[in-house]
Design a protein around this ligand. Sequence first.
Ligand SMILES: Cc1ncc(COP(=O)(O)O)c(C=O)c1O
Length: 392
Amino acid sequence: MTNTEIEQFRAETKGTAERIHFNNAGSSLPPDVVIDTVIKYLQEEAVFGGYETEVKYSKQLDNVYALIAQLINADANEIAIVESASMGWWIAFNGVGLQKGDVIITCEMEYVTNILGFLHAKKELGVEVKIIPNDAGGNFCLQALEDAITPQTKLFAFTHIGSTAGNVMPAAEIGKIARKHNILYLLDACQSIGHLPVDIKEIGCDMLAVTGRKYLRAPRGTGFLYVRKEVQDSLKLMFMDGFSAPKVTNSDYVTRSDARRFELYERSRATTLGLGKAIEYLLNIGIEKIWQRVQYLAGIMRKQLAAIDGVQVHDIGDQKCGIVTFSVNGVNSYIVKNKLAEKSINVSVGKAHSTLFYMEKHNLASVVRASVHYYNTEHEIQVLCEVLKNIY
Ligand SMILES: Cc1ncc(COP(=O)(O)O)c(C=O)c1O
């Protein structure tokens, strides 16, 4: 990515002139064109009517499914648009129809939503959950996964990038094992989409849950669920309305034949268009280029943080990403966050419960999370480090 391109991306993102935004793993700054798209649509709804505006934009709204499909190398009929990754994850997870004695295999990077899903399935259904821990170097052991499989293994539920850790899980290698043993594979790609290349055919997952507001730079309240065509009919529906089941008689109903059966009729058309615009923006840049830049910036940040007295960087694992986690000796993570906020620098605090298995294993009550995106700069990293040097 050239300096000219970076300057252009920053000029197209109002927020970069206001703050140093290192909370991309929370919610990225959207490009101006995304916000303009949403506002324009809402204004038209207010003047012409919601249903009438939808008719006018029906092609563009439909095209959002095609853009998502292009982004992850799927078919448009394998995509449902939902409000969040958690919503997508629950639709898929509940749809599997787990029963007493079934076993889920997962990893230590799971997000709190997913952990709650496992606990619920354990309590309500008598399902067993096996967690494959990462090794001391922070890497996932594929052999341990193979060894854990039994005839009772019904589901692999993995998280590609954890909420409060800087490593990437080997999603495609896990997918190969899932395919070999014919086990359903649900991947939480909430932090990885827009961050690094995610190709569902390469990964081999059956279901993928995603949010829009993080590395995709889409508006809040957007997300999507991918469900492989061959799996759609076997997933139970959590809810239905006249959109997901358009044929209804007194005694029966027929659902839609595509993944949009997992949606309900009502949601924001404006933010859906914004999601599409964010994906278009990303596709124009190219995800490989984004991933290279994110790794480069995160590498610099880790190096500079580690050189500061009293700062401890926590990220381990061979493949690291744009999420950088650290703590400052003797200073509570919330105080670090607040001190940085005073200097117009946004970071977040990664709480223990967000990635409970990992955080407990490493005795971390919280971490400071500074997550970079391609529009961040080396200078912004320097400014962050200067503030931290003078934090005591
Ligand atoms: C790894 C991971 N999975 C899932 C989620 C949940 O995303 P959402 O808030 O869109 O439901 C998050 C949110 O931070 C996350 O970091």
